[in-house]
Every structure is written in structure tokens, then in C-alpha cells.
Design a protein around this ligand. Structure first.
Ligand code: HEC
Length: 101
């Protein structure tokens, strides 16, 4: 009884920590590029930036839209212009992982 309850609690926690560790330990490509700097400036306000290798191209497109909804809801910064979104998404997709998670 107690054992299965613990298992129930720790599984999502391990998953969350796993994603965070993977995001931090994966390499950041082209850290000196303007695109990366824009990405860092616009996306590390609520959490550290994730390596583009974490996700595939399609998922990054979806993530940007989802994150912009949070930005609008919280007002932490101005929403991305189309140009900024293109630069950031271009960077993420250029270095994205080949296939889905
Ligand atoms: C307003 C705060 C905020 C900003 C700014 C923000 N994020 Fe997030 N992000 C979150 C939160 C909160 C989560 C935790 C998961 C959730 O709530 O969906 C998250 C999770 C993530 C994840 C983990 C995967 C997932 O689906 O949970 C990725 C990848 C991500 N953000 C990328 C980005 C990118 C790229 C940008 C810049 C375009 C960005 N974030 C900007 C709040 C933000």
C-alpha cells in the first residue's frame, strides 16, 4: 500500500527532473550567434533556456506558440514580433533533434 503510493508520487517527479537535466546537459550550439542571444533574452525569463536538441522541429513550432500564450497571460515581456519569432524558431529548428521524443 505505502509502496505503490510512493511510486505514484515519484514517477512524475523523476520525469520532470529528467527533462530539466537533459535540457541543461545537452550542448548549446552557436552560443555566440545573434539568434541564440535573442533566444536567451526572450526565453530565459521564466526558466533557463533548453537545448534545441531536446525537441524536434515540429514540437519547437508548437512550443513557441504555447510559450507566447504564457507571455501574454503573465506580461513578463512584450510578445515576440513575427521577425523575432522567425529568428528564434529558425535557430531552434536548425539544431533540433531528428525525431520526436
Ligand atoms: C511567461 C514565462 C515563460 C516564458 C517567457 C517562456 N516560457 Fe517556456 N515554460 C514556461 C513554463 C511555466 C513551463 C512549464 C511547463 C508548462 O507550464 O507548460 C515552460 C516549459 C518550457 C519547455 C519544456 C517543455 C514543455 O512543454 O513543458 C520548453 C522547451 C520551453 N518552455 C521553451 C520556451 C521557449 C522556446 C521560450 C521562448 C519563446 C519560452 N519557453 C519562454 C514559461 C515560460
Amino acid at each position: 500500500m505505502e509502496f505503490s503510493f510512493k511510486k505514484f508520487l515519484t514517477a512524475p517527479l523523476i520525469a520532470a527532473v529528467g527533462l530539466a537535466v537533459a535540457g541543461c546537459s545537452m550542448p548549446i550550439p552557436e552560443p555566440e550567434s545573434i539568434a541564440f542571444k535573442l533566444y536567451e533574452q526572450k526565453c530565459n525569463l521564466c526558466h533557463p533556456v533548453y537545448s534545441p536538441k531536446l525537441l524536434d522541429k515540429k514540437t519547437w513550432g508548437y512550443i513557441i506558440k504555447r510559450m507566447e500564450k504564457k507571455v501574454k497571460a503573465t506580461g513578463v515581456r512584450e510578445p515576440l514580433t513575427n521577425e523575432e519569432a522567425e529568428v528564434i524558431l529558425g535557430y531552434l529548428q536548425k539544431h533540433a533533434r531528428e525525431r520526436g521524443m
